[in-house]
Design a protein around this ligand. Structure first.
Ligand SMILES: Nc1ncnc2c1ncn2[C@@H]1O[C@H](COP(=O)(O)OP(=O)(O)O)[C@@H](O)[C@H]1O
Ligand SMILES: [Mg+2]
Length: 458
């Protein structure tokens, strides 16, 4: 195992590892005790499991020299990210207490959210009532509004990254690291899909460089998708399916979700960024408004019309539409550059994004297959170990049984022998006594005809 073992000490005994809470592509999160303060904390260790190992002194080792640079770069990023989160101060964002380096890697220490994640809670309850789901989603939206004002993105909003504190309030964890991981390697769609949470990530996250700039709408999509999950218990369809068929509103209606909440979700989960809700503040305002908002600006069929229109535009007579300076560059997705002008490149952009998406999905499947194989191997190994252990146990039990039986049989033999001896001694004594009686009192050793006493007297 690559994780630190329980009771390992860090920072000269200041922290003691209690258990593993979770592990991802580039980090392991532990439950730990801050010994002097006698409190539980969550401790995240930078550990890129694809590239790293650990020696017997708990030191992180790096597989190949080629990966050393990458690992070092990301370790620096990890520390920078921790320092950035530490500067945030919002009740909906996890508090960072400490950051340090040890074992050739880096750690940050944060408040321990005792209530577990919303993903874990959903596993127990299936889905939440609209009142509860709305309470959580507004708390998360407020946290997002706060970081967006600081021009920071989260980029991995989903129930697994929303924890509950001791008051049952939602707090966001796991900031932007995944995104930076992908952006730095530039291999977002060609390696493991770390940083892309299918169902929650909008189309632009599947495109290399798709979220190159500050992009609050990307978090808004994930916020809408998370709301969908909380209300239905169902993971929303992949972005390309939502793009094709729209949000599956019937699932929401089946659960009795209000039209207002449905409309907010549809507005948040628009395929095109420019048609999506622009800010977390608007998301909150619409959800808290007394009257239902107007229906989402683009319904799926409008998207289809637009795609058809774009294909018509793409005729030889029209030449290369990219050359038209009036048409905005589809890859220029920064907020400042956004415009409400209709985009005839949309179909091409979407086709490209879909190709990337399909590639990413293939990689995801390959990765899952690999994980599955790995798990299978580990299980087989465990089964082997268990059967060897079982065999050993059986042999020991048999030996123990033999020893016990031997002891018992010996005991029986011994006790029978001493009983026989006692009988023998008694018989011998009786004979001697009788002999003595004959000698001294004249008793006959031979029985008299009627015995020594007349019959019938006793
Ligand atoms: N502050 C925390 N309090 C309690 N549990 C946490 C905390 N941070 C993370 N966890 C647990 O560890 C898991 C993985 O942590 P996370 O930071 O999301 O890493 P990953 O990069 O592996 O997704 C979470 O799903 C959660 O169960
Ligand atoms: Mg996470």
């Amino acid at each position: 195992m690559y994780t630190l073992s329980n009771n390992s000490s860090l920072k000269g005994g200041e922290y003691k590892i209690l258990s593993v809470l979770g592990q991802g592509g580039f980090g392991i999160t532990y439950l730990a005790e801050q010994v002097m303060l006698e409190r539980k904390v969550a401790l995240k260790e930078f550990f890129m499991k694809e590239y790293c190992g650990r020696d017997e002194t708990n030191h992180m080792t790096i597989g190949t020299d080629g990966s050393r640079d990458t690992v070092n770069r990301f370790r620096a990023k990890f520390l920078k990210e921790a320092r950035n989160i530490a500067r945030l101060n919002h009740p909906g964002i996890v508090h960072i207490f400490d950051v340090f380096e040890e074992n050739g890697t880096a750690y940050y220490v944060m408040e321990y959210a005792v209530g577990g994640s919303l993903a874990q809670k959903l596993k127990q309850t299936g889905y939440f009532s609209e009142t509860l789901a709305k309470r959580y989603i507004i708390q998360v939206a407020k946290a997002l509004d706060y970081i967006h004002q600081k021009r920071m993105n989260h980029l991995d909003v989903k129930p697994g990254n929303i924890m509950l504190n001791e008051n049952g309030d939602a707090i966001l964890i796991d900031f932007g690291l995944s995104k930076q991981y992908d952006a730095m390697t530039g291999r977002q769609t060609s390696t493991t899909p770390v940083g892309i949470s299918d169902g929650y990530a909008p189309m632009e996250q599947y495109k290399p460089g798709g979220v190159g700039e500050f992009s609050p709408e990307t978090d808004i999509y994930a916020l809408g998708a998370t709301f969908f999950k909380l209300l239905t218990g169902l993971t929303p369809p992949s972005a390309s399916d939502v793009n094709e068929d729209g949000v599956p509103v019937n699932e929401l209606k089946d659960k009795g979700v209000s039209q207002k909440a449905i409309d907010v979700i549809c507005k948040a989960m628009q395929g095109r960024k420019k048609e999506r809700l622009k800010s977390a503040r608007t998301f909150i305002d619409l959800l808290e408004a007394d009257t239902p908002p107007a229906p989402a600006t683009k319904q799926p069929e409008v998207e289809d019309n637009e795609a058809t229109l774009a294909i018509v535009v793409e005729t030889p007579q029209n030449g290369n539409q990219h050359a038209d300076p009036a048409v905005p560059n589809p890859h220029d997705e920064g907020i400042a550059s956004q415009t409400e002008v209709e985009d005839p490149d949309y179909a091409e952009e979407m086709a490209e994004a879909e190709k990337e998406f399909a590639k990413a999905m293939e990689n995801q499947k390959a990765w899952e297959r690999n994980e599955h194989e790995q798990e299978k191997k580990e299980t087989e190994q465990e089964v082997k170990e268990i059967s060897t252990l079982q065999l050993l146990k059986n042999v020991l039990a048999a030996l123990l049984a033999i020893v016990l039986i031997t002891v018992i049989v010996n005991g029986i033999i011994e006790s029978t022998r001493s009983r026989n001896e006692a009988i023998y001694e008694y018989t011998a004594d009786s004979a001697a006594y009788e002999e003595a009686a004959v000698d001294t009192m004249g008793w006959s050793a031979e029985p008299e005809e009627d015995g020594p006493y007349p019959e019938g007297e006793y």
